[in-house]
Structures are given as structure tokens and as C-alpha cells.
Design a protein around this ligand. Structure first.
Ligand code: GLA
Length: 337
């Protein structure tokens, strides 16, 4: 059995997922493949080819571990709690996704593991929203990353030729045709991975929770304005509210095939993430400037921030720089055989 989990790109809707807001991601071709063989040994043996590392654990009693092992053990454990225990398996994990470059290698790995272990247990696939939630529990409880649902939903619901309008209030999705008419989307790695990426992300989450508390709303999705909030909470809220509007604008731009409008929304999203949400860093700013100098009509920081990737939209006839990885909507997580 072979399962494939894709990486993801997010067109618009950054730092909105944990505020019950809107996002516009799509799954990409690059991803993680898990080859799985059912065994009756009572053990899971896993091999991560990218690291030349192995893991072996009691399938009935996975214990915590770090790094990629946390995903394997956590997925086996969380599946068991939903009535899908693993009797034993041999797993081989292979990736063609640049890690740490902001394409969510973790959701790619998590979704592939989920489908592989379900296949090994000979169980039908449950509701994909539940699988996305399961993968999110693995990230929170086993990996220790307090992320939202953007990456997992994109991995499970991506469709070729479409962006996914995701409403994180209820995890409802709508497929929006994405045809760029000769324009191209690409991702450039800023090369920077700031050591405070995780603490910075968690701090933003805390600020949003605090702002919602002060405004008396369950989540910032329900906030009407940032009025009355002190600095910097007012700017955090202003980003979240304006970013939700930019997602709506992006859907409109895709539906009317207005690429200059989409490019302007990418630029506006970047300015908001830089000035109001303050998740950019000098290396990202340089990368944005570089792709714009190479002809990008719009570009923005993508993902959790404090380093990572830049998404850029190039008009027909421009040649993206060599280090820009072209991206297009591809199939979400699936069994290959
Ligand atoms: C990371 C998280 C996502 C989301 C983005 C910001 O990629 O994994 O859940 O919060 O940051 O939009």
C-alpha cells in the first residue's frame, strides 16, 4: 500500500485559521509518500529515508518521541482511539517536499500516515474532516505545535485546478476554480528559519485570544472592529479582519479571472502581515523585493511567518527566478495503490 500526502500553498488568509476565519489554500504536487506493509508483529517499524533514521515501537502502546517519530507514533495512537488500532506495520517514508520552506511538510506527512495506517488496518476512509482533526490532534498533543487547521484541511481537500475556500468557523469548504490564464504562481524560500518562529506564532495566538476576550467575542471572526483595543492588539485584530476580507476579494478575483486584482491582494496581505501582524523578517523582505524586481506583480510572506516562504504571482511573459518553485493546485491526500 502506498499513500501520498501533499504540501500546500495558501493564496490568502494567513493567521486567520485559529481565529475561526477564512483561508484560500490549495494542495501542491510535491509531498510525502508512505509505503506501508501490514505485519502481525504487534510493532510498527518505520524508516524516514530523508534522515536515514528508523523507529520501532509497540503498536498497542506508542510512547512520545521527537521529530518525525512523533507524527508516526501520534497518528497510530490517535487512530487507535477512534477504533482503528494498528496490529503491526512496516512503513517507509519518502519526501520530495522542501522541509521548513513553508509548504507544510508536516500536514503532508500526517495525512499520508493517516491514509497508510487506515489501509494497513483494512478500514474504509472516514469523513475527511475527522481525519484533518485527527492530524491536528497529533500536531498539538504529540508534536507540540499549536497550529490551526489550514494545512490539514488543504492536504485532505485539495483538488486539481481549484483553490479551497475554507471557513474555519465550521471547517466548511468550497472549491473555487483556479485558472490563471498564463500567469504563474511560485514559491521562493527566504532561506531563513527564525529560532523564535514557534514562540512568535504562539505569542500571536495568545494576543488574538486576549483581543477576543477584551472584545467579548468567542473568536476574532465575530469582532466588528479593532476599536478601543490597546497597541499592538488593535493591529493584530486589524490584520485578521482585513485578511478575511482579502480572502473574499481573492475568491472574487479568481471567479472573474482578474489577476492584477489578485496580485494587489497578495501585496496588501503582505503589508498587513508585515506592519500590523509583524511576522516578517529582513530575509523575507529581501525575498519579496527580489521576486518583485524579477517581475512578480504581487508577492507575500506565506505560512506561520518569522522566516519561511514567499508566494509570488508572475504575469505572462515574465521568467521567475531559478529558485522559485512553480506551484499549481494538485490532488489532495490519496492512496496510490
Ligand atoms: C502555520 C500553521 C497554520 C496557519 C499558518 C498561518 O502554517 O500551521 O495553521 O496558522 O501558519 O496562516
Amino acid at each position: 500500500m502506498r499513500a501520498r500526502g501533499p504540501g500546500r500553498v495558501n493564496l490568502l488568509g494567513e493567521h486567520t485559521d485559529y481565529n475561526a476565519g477564512l483561508c484560500l489554500p490549495f494542495a501542491v504536487e510535491a509531498g510525502v509518500t508512505v509505503d506501508a506493509v501490514a505485519t502481525a508483529t504487534g510493532e510498527v517499524e518505520a524508516e524516514a529515508l530523508a534522515y536515514g533514521e528508523e523507529d520501532r515501537f509497540d503498536a498497542a502502546d506508542p510512547q512520545p518521541a521527537d521529530g518525525w517519530r512523533a507524527f508516526v507514533r501520534g497518528t497510530a495512537a490517535e487512530l487507535a482511539t477512534t477504533g482503528v488500532p494498528t496490529a503491526g506495520a512496516r512503513l517507509r517514508i519518502e519526501s520530495d517536499l522542501p522541509e521548513g520552506a513553508g509548504l507544510s511538510s508536516s500536514a503532508a506527512l500526517g495525512s499520508a500516515l493517516c491514509l497508510a495506517l487506515l489501509a494497513v488496518a483494512n478500514k474504509p476512509e472516514p469523513d475527511r474532516r475527522e481525519l484533518a482533526r485527527l492530524c491536528s490532534r497529533v500536531e498539538h498533543a504529540w508534536v507540540g505545535a499549536q497550529t490551526g487547521m489550514l494545512d490539514q484541511m488543504a492536504a485532505f481537500f485539495g483538488e486539481p485546478g481549484h483553490a479551497l475556500l475554507l471557513d474555519c468557523r465550521d471547517l466548511s469548504v468550497e472549491q473555487v476554480p483556479l485558472s490563471l490564464g498564463g500567469w504563474t504562481l511560485g514559491v521562493a524560500d527566504s532561506g531563513s528559519r527564525h529560532e523564535h518562529a514557534e514562540s512568535g506564532y504562539n505569542e500571536r495566538r495568545r494576543e488574538c485570544a486576549e483581543a477576543a476576550r477584551r472584545l467579548g467575542v468567542a473568536s476574532l471572526r465575530d469582532a466588528a472592529s479593532a476599536e478601543g483595543l490597546p497597541e499592538p492588539l488593535n493591529r493584530r485584530v486589524r490584520h485578521v479582519l482585513s485578511e478575511n476580507e482579502r480572502v473574499r476579494g481573492g475568491v472574487q478575483a479568481l471567479r472573474s479571472q482578474d489577476m492584477p486584482a489578485l496580485a494587489a491582494l497578495l501585496d496588501a496581505s503582505h503589508a498587513s502581515l508585515r506592519d500590523d501582524y509583524e511576522v516578517s523578517v529582513p530575509e523575507v523582505e529581501q525575498t519579496v523585493e527580489r521576486v518583485k524586481a524579477a517581475g512578480a506583480a504581487g508577492a507575500r510572506i506565506m505560512g506561520g511567518g518569522f522566516g519561511g516562504a514567499v508566494l509570488a504571482l508572475f504575469p505572462p511573459g515574465t521568467e521567475p527566478p531559478d529558485d522559485v518553485l512553480p506551484v499549481a493546485p494538485a490532488q489532495g491526500a490519496r492512496l496510490l495503490a
